[in-house]
Design a protein around this ligand. Structure first.
Ligand code: GLN
Length: 450
């Protein structure tokens, strides 16, 4: 049914870069047989899933939304993919994204933009717009995304979906193409909080192949999502993440969410995170710095795209230059240049060094806020989905979408975006943040609001 739905609507939505028809049907048929034979199966066995095309898969191409990797086949599966296979979930295919996950609208994909199923003239968020649009358009019940600065939560918010960024280290990054390694996390994109908890329990847990992987057990996420009991929960409204810069519709749905939570017995308090105003600036130094290093491997020599210089000169510098000039899009080049500059001798302390200090201040803000609140709350994104093309030529305007999602990545804490109703007919997302390793609180609070 989902493959039929993809065939019917994906010409308009463009959520998928690759549809994995044969393998998905084969896995589904095997699960049917196993079920008929009375085999014990995982709760999600046979439930199909879409995979953001930043996560490597055997048997399906992985492009990262870039010409640089067009046609490339990974020789290995990401750890999360191994877990999806072990749970016997059919993979529907690979979803569109901003090139190398850099963007907030999926317009920076080398393979054309994804459109928001709520209004095809609008963006589905980014970078994981393909995963969120697939879930929102009923092309897939579940999807995987990656979140470095909001790329799971912001697309979920503007498509009326649920998106979770787990605690840093809670889900293995092995096989997620690295953007900014100290910020990246894989997580679920779904239609309900319970679905996200079920999927999170499948993909989470320690992985010796990821040196930053936590050794803690995943936690009772499904139980928390089933409960949704917020009585006595202290919910901290982040003073700095509301008001100015937020559209009237978003603010109205946010105020309503607070009323609902109060009505359900939560204790709504105000917290102040004064250093959050520097978080966006720090992120757009740390993230490009790490990306400039991570993307150095696309040199036209080892694998992926290769362009030979027109004048026939075959020095390594010229091949690398021609390959990177043709293989990377404008946004990726912008960030490589920015990151290389921030890391260069003489500027390192002023830019990268300062950004790392701000990161510590943001972590301290969280620590202080979590003394008076169990979870924090804010709108996920400042506005509802904007029109395609509206911010494409204005990087600063694009970056400002991430103001509420980025602090969690800088501090490594988990976050969830849950649907909070509509403003002018378009979805609004409400974000909860919890202390590191307390992901279960997100599911309890999220289900409480849902
Ligand atoms: N909008 C953020 C950026 O462009 C999102 C990145 C991400 O989470 N992958 O950097």
């Amino acid at each position: 049914a989902h493959l039929d739905r993809i065939a019917a609507v994906d010409g308009d939505v463009n959520a998928f870069l690759h549809v994995n028809t044969d393998e998905a049907l084969a896995v589904a048929a095997d699960v049917d047989k196993a079920r008929a034979a009375g085999e014990e199966l995982h709760a999600l066995a046979g439930v199909p899933i879409a995979i953001k095309d930043l996560i490597v898969t055997v048997g399906q191409p992985t492009t990262a939304g870039s010409k640089m990797l067009e046609g490339w086949m990974s020789p290995y599966d990401a750890t999360v993919i191994k877990k999806i296979r072990a749970a016997r979930m059919p993979m529907l295919g690979k979803t569109n994204l901003d090139e190398f996950a850099m963007g907030s609208s999926t317009e920076h994909s080398a393979f054309g933009p994804t459109r928001n199923p709520w209004d095809l003239e609008r963006i589905p968020g980014g970078s994981g717009g393909g995963s969120a649009a697939a879930v929102s358009a009923f092309e897939a019940p579940l999807a995987l995304g990656t979140d470095t600065g909001g790329s799971i939560r912001q697309p979920a918010a503007v498509t009326g979906s649920v998106g979770v960024k787990p605690t840093y280290g809670g889900v293995s990054r092995y096989g997620a193409i690295a953007m900014a390694s100290s910020l990246d996390q894989i997580g679920p994109v779904t239609r309900t909080v319970l679905d996200a908890a079920l999927l999170h329990e499948v993909i989470g847990g320690h992985d010796p192949a990821d040196s930053t992987s936590l050794t803690d057990p995943v936690g009772a996420l499904v139980e928390a999502a089933r409960s949704g009991d917020v009585r006595g929960m202290r919910i901290g409204v982040i003073k700095e993440l509301q008001g100015e810069g937020y559209s009237a519709g978003v603010q109205a749905r946010f105020d309503e969410a607070l009323e609902l939570l109060r009505g359900a017995g939560a204790d709504v308090v105000e917290v102040s995170c004064p250093n959050f105003k520097y978080a966006l600036g720090a992120y757009y130094l740390v993230m490009p710095s790490e990306a400039s290093s991570n993307l150095a491997k696309y040199d036209g020599v080892r694998y992926g795209h290769r362009v030979l210089p027109e004048d026939g000169s075959l020095t390594i510098e010229r091949v690398m230059g021609a390959t990177r000039a043709a293989g990377f899009g404008d946004e990726v080049k912008r960030r490589i240049i920015l990151g290389t500059y921030a890391l260069s001798a003489g500027y390192y302390d002023a830019y990268y060094g300062s950004a790392q200090k701000v990161r510590t201040l943001v972590q301290r803000d969280f620590a202080a806020a979590f003394e008076t609140a169990d979870v924090l709350i804010s709108p996920t994104a400042p506005t509802t989905a904007f029109k395609l093309g509206e911010k494409l030529d204005d990087p600063m305007a694009m970056y400002l979408n991430d103001v509420a999602t980025i602090p969690a990545n800088l501090a490594g804490v988990p976050g969830i975006s849950v649907p909070g109703g509509l403003a002018d007919g378009l979805p609004v997302g409400i974000q909860f943040l919890a202390p590191a390793r307390e992901d279960a609180r997100l599911y309890r609070a999220g289900a409480g609001l849902e």
